[in-house]
Write a protein that binds this ligand. Sequence first.
Ligand code: NDP
Length: 293
Amino acid sequence: MTTTTLTLNNGVELPALGFGVFQTPADQTATAVAEAFRVGYRLVDTAAAYANERGVGDAFRASGLTRDDVFIQTKLWISDYGYDQALHSFEKSARKLGVDQIDLLLLHQPLTSRFELTLDAYRALEKLYADGRVRAIGVSNFMPEVLTELLEKTEVVPAVNQIEVHPYFQQRELQALHAEHDILTQAWSPIGGVTIYGAGQKSTLENETIGQIADAHGKSPAQVMLRWHLQQGRSAIPKSVKPARIAENFDVFDFELTGDELAAIDALDTGVRSGPEPTSITLENYGREIPEA
Ligand code: NDP
């Protein structure tokens, strides 16, 4: 099985296909990540706010893999924004993960109502990057306007913007802005998991167009969506706690979608996000303490 590797704007390489652990309960995280490592995933995406960084670290230590084998990324939560707070938050995450260096550290959300705190947190990421504590830095859920402001007011161009991308919500304008600045688009909810959780739409997994393409290749709808991301140059980080699905979602390197099939999936974009509107995230409604390590 040939995996795909992407190169970030600072030369750091990462596997295009990774493993997500949002909503994976803390007591199931080590088992799920261990299974992911077993079937071949080498990138894990967690976050301080997921409260399961320890499980990721436990799985890594039990895996027998070396630190160089595995790409570990996590995200700082908005409650830890500000310069000193963000530096300290890195220490909390690194200790919970049990690593000295984090491969990719992201700001989880722009705090648009307190953008100066967001900028200061990003400057802390720049410091951690300069000091070699992280190999790359980036953001998540940054919309075009806030991303542009960040680029104007800080030094290091983010290596990644991790955003909601699945067939029903593709954010093409934002992806084009990423391309202009050599920022990698990393797709969260890559198989439409967020729509499964109740936006009231028919799930992407039950979409007829995707189903027909899947049948044509003898693959599953999830595998078709992941292939769509990979062939369009995105990183994708599907989540599952079920061994069969963990394996299924990694078994995507033995088929190729045609140009027409890619276009048919592109045409499913509704322009409607399923996740929260990034500007709606404030300290008042989403703030919560990230425990010490
Ligand atoms: P996904 O698109 O990965 O879908 C996950 C959901 O689909 C789960 O309900 C899972 O259930 C189910 N599932 C997984 N594989 C299959 C399959 N092959 N067939 C059918 N169902 C399947 O959505 P997520 O929202 O979890 O996003 C993935 C990752 O992206 C997260 O884990 C996290 O790391 C990141 N993320 C980041 C966000 C951000 O703000 N930066 C926001 C949301 C996610 P089960 O586990 O039972 O298999």
